[in-house]
Design a protein around this ligand. Structure first.
Ligand SMILES: Nc1ncnc2c1ncn2[C@@H]1O[C@H](COP(=O)(O)OP(=O)(O)OP(=O)(O)O)[C@@H](O)[C@H]1O
Ligand SMILES: [Mg+2]
Length: 257
């Protein structure tokens, strides 16, 4: 697969924008090196160089089709590059490493992904099992699993939904359950794909507050959004994908140009 453009062209590097004092022997939490990905024969991520440090709150912006969701998939090890590399916490994430069950469990424990479409994420017959699914995959004790389910249901105020079928609850309720499923794994990195879509004002405000709390607790947040107020509230810096370069008042980098 041929990719257009120079591998390390004129893209600004986020490292120069923040964490200037990181010792040279430490690696960034998330590190893309000249990463190229194509769906079938259509290049979608082209020569991505990107570093995200632990604790950063990053907002991905870009027009429809610019590759935001695809980049989130790459971060979560759901797709692999045709060229270049992706390292998570210094470890190469590729088809070979992800075929190793202990490695893929390790990555999924560290990085959680809240999909734009909650229906694509929820598949169990009741909400309680859905939230327990991740911790069960992590082989935690039943006692610990049940404590985590109780805790996140309380925190997200979804105790009344515990026995319900995920496919019979409302869109906003599904979003909360999808978040609960990730929260119960207690990952270091939370990836949200268009988290505010389809939510009413009350649930939007709740989610914004929740994201602020995650940020305050030093979690790493990577959020794709078209919502400027979410972006302004949460972003330490922006990653612009493709040709969208409109907001330049905060630190920003451009990729996938
Ligand atoms: N499963 C797939 N198979 C083939 N092409 C795909 C697939 N998923 C996405 N694409 C294509 O890859 C490109 C990037 O899509 P992506 O979903 O990453 O964009 P996005 O920036 O998230 O867009 P949006 O703002 O609409 O959510 C688009 O041209 C899209 O049509
Ligand atoms: Mg998308």
């Amino acid at each position: 697969m041929a990719f257009e453009g120079s591998p390390h062209g004129d893209q600004q590097h986020p490292e120069s924008l923040h964490h200037p004092h990181r010792p040279e022997d430490q690696h960034p939490l998330i590190h893309f090196v000249d990463y190229c990905f194509a769906y079938d024969d259509v290049p979608t991520l082209s020569h991505i160089d990107l570093e995200i440090e632990s604790g950063d709150s990053v907002v991905l912006m870009g027009y429809n089709g610019s590759g935001k969701s695809t980049l989130l998939k790459a971060i979560n090890g759901l797709i692999y590059p045709q060229a270049g590399q992706y390292f998570f916490d210094g470890k190469l994430v590729d088809e070979k490493s992800m075929k190793n069950p202990s490695f893929s469990k390790w990555l999924h424990k560290r990085v959680g992904f809240i999909f734009q479409d909650s229906d694509a994420q929820l598949f169990c017959s009741n909400v309680e099992d859905e939230i327990a699914f991740g911790p069960r995959q992590m082989e935690l004790s039943e006692e610990e699993i049940s404590k985590r389910v109780d805790d996140v249901c309380k925190m997200l105020e979804i105790e009344h939904l515990r026995e319900r079928a995920p496919y019979h609850i409302s869109g906003g309720e599904k979003k909360k359950v999808a978040i609960a499923c990730i929260l119960s794994m207690n990952p270091d990195v939370y990836c949200f794909d268009e988290p505010l879509n389809g939510l009413d004002i009350k649930t939007r405000e709740w989610l914004l507050e929740f994201l602020k709390q995650l940020k305050a607790s030093s979690k790493t947040l990577i959020i794709s959004t078209h919502d400027q107020s979410l972006a302004d509230t949460i972003a330490d810096y922006f990653v612009y994908m493709g040709k969208q370069h409109e907001y330049t008042d905060k630190p920003h980098v451009h990729i996938n140009i």
